[in-house]
Ligand binder design. Sequence first.
Ligand code: BYC
Length: 472
Amino acid sequence: MTMASDYTEKIPNNVDLREDRRLQRALESWQPNFLNWWESMGPTLPTRDVYLRTAVNVGREGWAHFGHVPMRDYRWGIFLAERDPGRRIAFGEHKGEPAWQKVPGEYRADLQRLVVIQGDTEPASVEQQRNLGATAPSLYDLRNLFQVNVEEGRHLWAMVYLLHAYFGREGREEAEELLHRNSGSEDAPRILGAFNEETPDWLSFYMFTYFTDRDGKYQLGTLKESGFDPLSRTCEFMLKEEAHHMMVGTTGVDRVVARTAQVMVENDTDDVAALGVIPLNVIQKYLNFHYSVSLDLFGGETSTNVANYYTAGLKGRWLEERRKDDHRLTSDAMMIDTFSDGEIGQTEVSALVGLNSDLRHEYISDCQSGVNRWNKILAEAGLTQRLALPHIAFNRKVGAFGAIEASPGGEQLTADEWQRSKGQWLPTDVDKTHVRSLMQPVHERGKIAAWIAPPRNGINGKPFEYDYVHLA
Ligand code: BYC
């Protein structure tokens, strides 16, 4: 079923907002609060306009248009993927029933919690990245940063729409709270750990968009399976935008690795810090940090929350419909990573309580593909050094390994050993200071900083030299 897209309204949408005056008014009164938040917590670098992609529709014949727009005038809209009127719930105890168009009363609290957690991450990432514009390595990268930022803003809109449209007064209050919590705040931090960490430099930004945005991809993938159809359709469309964020992370790390490899080969040394690039061991430390912090985002290895979400039909598995089982899992078992009797190992649990682990493992194999790609760059440069994902128990704060320390190789460590060794595995102040010292802005058309290779392609068929951003 195709819903007409209304791009002329104050809030562009394909949900017939004008047919529901109360909802329209509620969202229109949230809009200035959002804009105030964007002005006070969004990107700090003053710009005149930016070459941005704006979602304008959801159809197959093109859903976005590109053009230079002042960022404040970006049209943050509400777009849900087209509705399939015959859609049925694919898993859990309601499997086979028609997907819900309204929130079932008994699942209201759980659904609201999932929407709020998802919504909380979106503005958090904008806050984390707000100062990066001042040190962008090129106008191309600057534009990509802003593209990611405006789309995270739109994803906030996506969740706020659901809160306003389906969760009544409590939903409206939660929508306000999404603008009041702030990344890293002492009094009102963001809900999930990784979203209170800093993103102080561009290597962190690429690692974040590779590893943490990828958690977003997997979580959205499971919410896209939801029996609550508006949530499913919202997430399906968000995933379209998310693909660009993955690209920014993947190719960003590619380009840092490629440049470091080039300087290593040219100078026949690993010791490239003084040569104006980021040493491979520091890239590995950043990778270790962002990967381990992102693993925490999948929750505990076992979780009754996730078992309940699945059984109720609220949150499915990655690619649920391609799985060859009964999609109820009431009598299935699975192996999960554990820490028990002082040992890191594996144990069998009921498949339902292990679903966070199932998703985490899907995510881990996807992360490995990035590492393979970066190692190919090193191999092609003629280098023998390699990057690697650390062990699942390394630097974890949530779940089975939250209470222990382990090395990247997976050996358990005492607290003292950890304190003595962690500087080999996680970025130290010296590493961070060096990386930050390289972050000198290059805001000139067609130019790029020396610590990163240029991209292979520009955006939307434009060359790298294009004037992607006009500074104020
Ligand atoms: N930090 O039963 P458990 C994205 C809490 S990223 C702090 O194992 P569950 C994006 C947990 O809330 C995707 N607390 O948890 C990326 C629970 O608390 P209660 C965001 C944590 O519920 C980049 C308790 O510990 N979307 O989109 O099975 C840029 C027990 O845990 C953490 C979602 O996450 C943590 N890391 O799983 C922009 C999807 N982990 O209930 C955007 C929605 C757990 O005891 N959320 N806790 O008070 C969910 O599906 C689940 O809530 C979680 C946790 C996967 C987060």
